[in-house]
Design a protein around this ligand. Structure first.
Ligand SMILES: [Zn+2]
Length: 396
């Protein structure tokens, strides 16, 4: 599976220039898999071994299982990097792994190659694992280890097949999108159709999960439903971000920012800031100036969080978000980068600065307003004719 962006991660190590990281949610699935293999699967297959042996093979199988997922994602990343589509990060999370693509593939052919690499790698791994017990004749000498490799072979084939389900953003859905895209030349329309399939697949999985629950497999059924809901959300989110990126197109921060924004002096009390600035001008945030330089950013939420009885003597400098690179952007940066940065820094606005000089303020609501205007009025891509891929119809 491939998806942009995630947080709360621990960086592990780098392979072929790609950072491997684990999301905290991954620990849940790691423990679940380890426990179900060591306390359920292997003892059932091979009774009468000492407990410690089940946990040793269980741990080995679990580690190889996750190594298989990393290898699957790594194959996407290596092919993508080879085609000049940067992937710098792979993360493991509760539902598996993700290779984070810096941007969407630039051609249908590249999309197809990047997407197909994953399942293909899983099938190769599956065949390798299945061949090990046969080549080394483990069934006679180490039957429990033979089961470990058989399990890994099975799980890799299952992984490859599941990812081939034709619903975006699964690999199969990306292959489907590449085919629609190649046929029509319309990337957005292809994404819309592949996402539609993704939602269909998700509903199918929810139905299967419900069947499992009624047939007595409660945990497995609930798990499948969770995965389905995740896929459904990811399908819609990927589609929306593509529409937004297309509407924003090549817009720069300087095109959408408020120039020469009103500022507040750092020594102003919170009460005065409310009375003289927030209530008077109606803006949701202001740069804070100390000794003629930008010192930070204050927004309505920080003012609101300041208790009413402290507003008369607290100064805006005490409660502002101090200046740091996370809330600063250059005027020539693409607006889509600014939106990403707002999400990552959890700030509704960014200071637009040229070196040390404040040149503007960009707010999320300002960008949202622009997107709304463009999608309602329709738009012509700069320098080109109106194409079939304009999002005006989709966003209406
Ligand atoms: Zn994949």
């Amino acid at each position: 599976m491939m998806e942009p962006k995630q947080r709360n991660e621990i960086d592990l190590f780098k392979v072929a220039g790609v950072q491997i990281a684990i999301d905290y949610s991954w620990l849940v699935i790691f423990v679940l898999v380890l426990w179900s293999l060591s306390a359920g699967y292997f003892p059932e297959l091979h009774p009468d071994y000492p407990m410690v042996e089940y946990w040793i093979v269980g741990l080995a199988a679990t580690l190889f299982f996750f190594a298989s997922i990393v290898t699957h994602e790594l194959s996407h990343a290596i092919v993508a990097n080879h085609l000049g589509q940067p992937v710098e990060r792979i993360s493991l999370f509760i539902f598996g792994g993700m290779a984070h693509l810096g941007h969407e593939p630039t051609s249908a052919r590249d999309e197809l190659k990047i997407a197909a690499a994953g399942p293909l790698t899983s099938f190769i791994l599956g065949a390798l694992f299945l061949s090990i017990p046969r080549v080394f004749d483990l069934n006679a000498s180490f039957p429990m280890w033979a089961s470990v490799f058989n399990y890994l072979g099975f799980i890799n084939f299952a992984l490859g097949l599941f990812n081939l389900l034709p619903g975006f953003p699964l690999d199969g859905g990306r292959i489907l999108r590449a085919m629609f895209w190649a046929r029509t030349g319309d990337f957005r329309q292809a994404t819309a159709r592949a996402s539609e399939w993704g939602r269909g697949i998700a509903y199918g999985l929810i139905f299967l999960g419900a069947l499992q629950i009624f047939s007595g497999s409660l945990v497995g059924g609930i798990w499948l439903i969770f995965i389905a809901l995740f896929l459904k959300g990811a399908a819609s989110a990927s589609y929306q971000s593509i529409v937004i990126e297309q509407v924003l197109g090549s817009q720069r921060v300087s095109d959408l920012m408020v120039r020469d924004p009103l500022t507040i002096d750092a020594t102003t009390t919170v009460a005065d800031a409310i009375h003289d600035h927030f209530m008077r001008h109606g803006y949701g945030g202001y740069p804070i100036i100390a000794d003629g330089r930008v010192a930070g950013l204050i927004s309505l939420s920080q003012v609101r969080d300041c208790p009413a009885d402290q507003r008369a003597h607290k100064r805006v400098a005490d409660i502002m978000r101090p200046l740091d690179p996370a809330i600063v952007i250059a005027p020539d940066a693409p607006v889509s980068n600014a939106l990403r940065q707002m999400a990552e820094s959890d700030s509704g606005r960014l200071l637009v600065m040229e070196q040390d000089r404040l040149v503007g303020l960009l707010s999320r609501s300002g960008v949202a307003h622009f997107i709304m205007l463009r999608s309602q009025l329709g738009f012509t891509p700069p320098g080109g004719p109106r194409s079939a891929s304009t999002p005006s119809s989709a966003a209406a």
